[in-house]
Write a protein that binds this ligand. Structure first.
Ligand code: C5P
Length: 285
């Protein structure tokens, strides 16, 4: 059995450019891995299967991105060995936290180890699986550009903790980008440098351009942001295409207090530490 943990991501900033002829948008963003964790395992099986230890159905079944990632690695290895992928999720889905991409990256890493496929091939496969998968394969702190496939690692950020809240809604990435086009390519709300942790002050003003699109799809999102800003006394930002919202806190205790002060009814409210990577093996025997 080989096991790994996959970490969620937040977009500390996300600037979006116009729609390209390939159906994707150019973007530039500051991406950060965070300590919300999915657990994955790979093992030989009688036939291909996807399961969870709770017995709950796995999102998309055999079409799950983690399984597709592992199957793509197997194909590159020229193997026909049936595999079982176990996936236990904590990362909220359709929330802008990159959960499916994190699972895909961990699926690549697990299958890479199992089938003996090199890292360069895994990077190549990551690009084919989804725009956030190349970042999740590397993880930590990185400046991301292109459609997401250009990942420039940065020194790990430190000196702050995040509180993350997922309001009771789901937003599909494609729908958010489509709405952003329809709205005329708006810029997101700026968070001023003075309100950012010292480690982020060199970044200039951070913003997420998908915020207006996310609010157009889920109008209550703006109420959630307003209420959190009041409760926390600081700016609150959107991650990815949402609806995840987050604020910056000086340490874990302050972030835990902030997560406890969230209005009732959210899908998720937790303090999250910054992680220096996108996944890690927890068992390799
Ligand atoms: O790459 P991924 O499958 O995660 O993207 C889902 C959808 O989000 C794409 O089909 C596209 O509509 C949109 N997208 C985009 N520009 C990006 C990334 C995603 O328009 N850079």
């Amino acid at each position: 059995m080989i096991r790994a943990e996959a970490f969620a991501k937040v977009n500390l900033g996300l600037k979006v450019g116009s729609l390209r002829s390939d159906g994707f948008h150019t973007l530039t963003g500051l991406f950060q891995s965070i300590g919300i964790v999915d657990e994955l395992a790979i093992a030989a099986a009688e036939r291909d299967e996807v399961s969870s230890s709770s017995g709950r159905p796995v999102i998309d079944g055999m079409n799950n991105l983690a399984f597709r990632a592992a199957a793509a690695v197997r194909a590159r290895a020229g193997s026909r060995q049936p595999i079982g992928i176990a996936l236990d999720k904590t990362i909220p889905a359709a929330a802008g936290l990159g959960g499916g991409s994190a699972d895909a990256a961990a699926g690549l890493a697990l299958a890479g180890r199992y089938f003996g496929v090199d890292d360069g091939t895994l990077v190549e496969l990551a690009r084919e699986l989804g725009s956030d998968v190349p970042f999740c394969l590397r993880g930590g702190t990185a400046r991301v550009s292109g459609r997401g496939e250009i990942v420039a690692p940065l020194e790990p950020l430190s000196g702050f903790t995040l509180a993350i809240v997922v309001p009771p809604a789901e937003i599909g990435t494609a729908a958010a980008f489509r709405k952003w086009d329809e709205l005329g390519e708006p810029a997101g709300l700026q968070v001023s440098q003075a309100a950012l942790p010292p480690a982020l002050r060199d970044e200039g003003d951070l913003r997420n351009d998908l915020y207006p699109a996310a609010v157009a799809l889920v109008p209550e999102l703006d109420d959630w942001r307003g209420e959190l800003e009041e409760a926390w006394g600081r700016p609150v930002m959107l991650s990815g295409s949402g609806p995840s919202l987050f604020g910056f806190f000086v340490d874990g205790d302050e972030a835990i207090g902030a997560a406890a002060a969230v209005p009732t009814g959210s899908r998720f409210a937790e303090a999250c530490e910054l992680m220096p990577r996108g996944w890690r093996f927890t068992e390799t025997a």
